[in-house]
Write a protein that binds this ligand. Sequence first.
Ligand code: ATP
Ligand code: MG
Length: 438
Amino acid sequence: MNNSRTPSPDAPKIIPRAEHNVSRDEFSKSALKVLYRLHKAGYQAFLVGGCVRDAMLVLHPKDFDVATNATPEEVRALFGNCRLIGRRFRLAHVRFGREIIEVATFRAAAIHAHDDGQHDHEGRIIRDNVYGTIDEDVWRRDFTCNALYYNIADFSVWDYVGGVEHVKQKRLVLIGDPEQRLREDPVRMLRAVRFAAKLDFTIDPPVVDAIHHHARLLSNVPAARLFDEFLKMFQAGHAERTFNLLREHGLFAEMFPATEQELAQDNDFAHFVAAALQNTDRRVAAGKSVTPMFLLGVFFWVPVRELAERIRSEEKMSESQALSLASYEIVAQQQRRISIPRRFTVPMREMLSLQPRFAVMRGKRGIKLLDHRRFRAAYDFMALLAEVGQVDAATEKFWTEVQSQSAAERAASFQMNAQPGKRRRSRRGGRRKQPQES
Ligand code: ATP
Ligand code: MG
């Protein structure tokens, strides 16, 4: 094991308030309350991590991590509204209404102690649970920009690793030896991409090289953790940039192999995915809700569709049934990489298997689709396909219009009372075979 990263006993560079731009206005009142109370009780109290970095970039941080030399029990004794969580390493959660401030006791990096029980054979950290001092705590952090400490005692910023300079240069630099740090925790590769996308930072070339060497290690990360990372990467308003970087660095293929395989050979699919990512980012920017099942459905769409076609060539069943079966199969394969909770996979299957129903624009079966509990998601999905020209515009227009029609207008639109012989010409573009109406 390469231990070249052994922490130097260097003192931090302490940047006084007058020489940095981190303003208390960027921090929540609750976070400041926690800091002041710890400080008054005689403990060291710092903000650390993303909130300091984001404050420096005036990005209005939303979550706040406090680091202190008080133990979790000592923190709890100071706050009535406090819960201790975590078994292996205890953290204090101090609650203010809906806001939770996480308070962590300084930790020594596992790399500190030289016994070898703390890395598994691939170099991952398996023990990281010793309290330490601030100048030990800093070395277990990932990027230099995430290792800045804001001291409530005098509003100074403590920088052990050159993070302030790197923030100015918009560089993502791993603390220590990149190869080793990525082996310790392969999720740092995804974090690199996420921060690069969010902050518009450049990933430092040695980190890029190390990512290219270690992309495969993502397969060792527990599938549940990858789902958490998926959410952070794709629901934070920078989904498209994140996606492009993930692909550029060979990480997307590790997370979504079936999707990557289709993307590489199908331009229409790539356009559709890009439209979905842009749409997601627009929704986040507008403060609208996003559900992961929609984007996952987009990622799986072509693999599912192709498998459904294969199933149908072997066995007689409806397009919807085949899509449902195929979704089940593709999701099952995917679960080995990223575990997607059932509350998302079930509606996703419904959303995909409803797609052929949009071709049915008359009769009871047509109109009933409007009442399906998954209509809205399925409609959005179809509208997105139409946006990239993969469902015809007339179909999209029809389903958009009927939603705002009165009951009588709807009945007319779906030709509910039409005589079989007097049928209006279908508005459908005729791309899909229209299933037989009963
Ligand atoms: P954001 O809140 O924007 O997602 P963040 O930097 O605050 O970004 P968190 O996941 O909230 O990220 O983690 C808080 C801090 O904990 C990080 O800034 C970093 O110092 C440290 N950290 C988190 N995850 C890791 C990791 N996998 N390896 C090393 N340090 C980490
Ligand atoms: Mg954070």
